[in-house]
Design a protein around this ligand. Sequence first.
Ligand code: SAM
Length: 329
Amino acid sequence: MQDGLGRTVNYMRISVTDRCNLRCLYCASHPTPFIPHPDILRYEEILSLLGLARGLGVAKIRFTGGEPFARRGFPGFLETVRDLYPDLDLRLTTNGTLIGPHIPLLVRSGIKRVNISLDTLDAATFLRITGQDLFAEVRSAIDQCLTARLKVKMNVVAMKGVNDQELPAFLDLARTHPLDLRFIEYMPIGGSSRWTPWSVWPAGDILEAAQKLATLTPVESRAGDRGPARVYAIENGLGRLGLITPLSSHFCATCNRLRLTAQGNLRTCLFSDREYRLRPLLRHPKLGLSAVERVIRLAGMKKPLGFRLLEERKGAEPVCQTEMSAIGG
Ligand code: SAM
């Protein structure tokens, strides 16, 4: 599917729940009401939408949340998706706290890539960021995924005064483990965000500091695996360093994604609160999937350039009001 600006849209991120067992200070630090259960898309509804999206040219799906493993039945749902749509490239984003027992099932289901969020290598800082004493679980989940030969990207939200002192430790981890360590610039998302311009640890500064600690060589991304990260090989390292720069160097021109929230709202840009409500159409006795398809096509035509929305906001205002945990990161 082409959007109104000629970009190919072939990637959908699907949030299976807005619930999460962590309360990260940059994501869901303030209590917001959860979506009532009847309003959350049922697994069979997600399956119908997947079939439709696939027909529109979506080839890559990322399941996210909230925390996807916090939703009951999620591992079994993945198996069903794999059985129904063996050609889809399935990926996951998780906080890693609950994934451990499900790793063999992921491997069986043909999942090859997992993004695990871990913003610190220090247990006390983990507790401060997430509100939960679960650092050891996440750290061990990363090792278990690597042992199971899953490709692991470890996502770190780069925050000044929170984890910027840990760059040497992060680089050591990437040197000694075959994973992609990816710093994501802290984004001003969510009405109750604690974001300030001073809390951003810009990718340029990270790169400059990292180059003093390691010899880095830019890596050309392979066709088919092009993401927003700028990736660097680390000399004598098993892993790599990636920088994701939504603030300092946007990648709107090549944005290929749509997002589906847990209640079935389609969002065409992370930075826009505009949502297209698919659930009422899907559940309507007469409208159903053909109406949903019309709305997805229309939404695609109106997919904005997020950096414009970033530029238009003032000072430390969030770019959108919805919390990341409710959008599906
Ligand atoms: N629970 C899962 C997890 O922790 O990965 C999936 C949902 S989480 C919202 C997805 C990703 O969004 C995480 O990597 C998280 O670090 C990132 N994220 C959330 N809020 C962010 C923000 N304000 N700026 C940058 N990244 C953010």
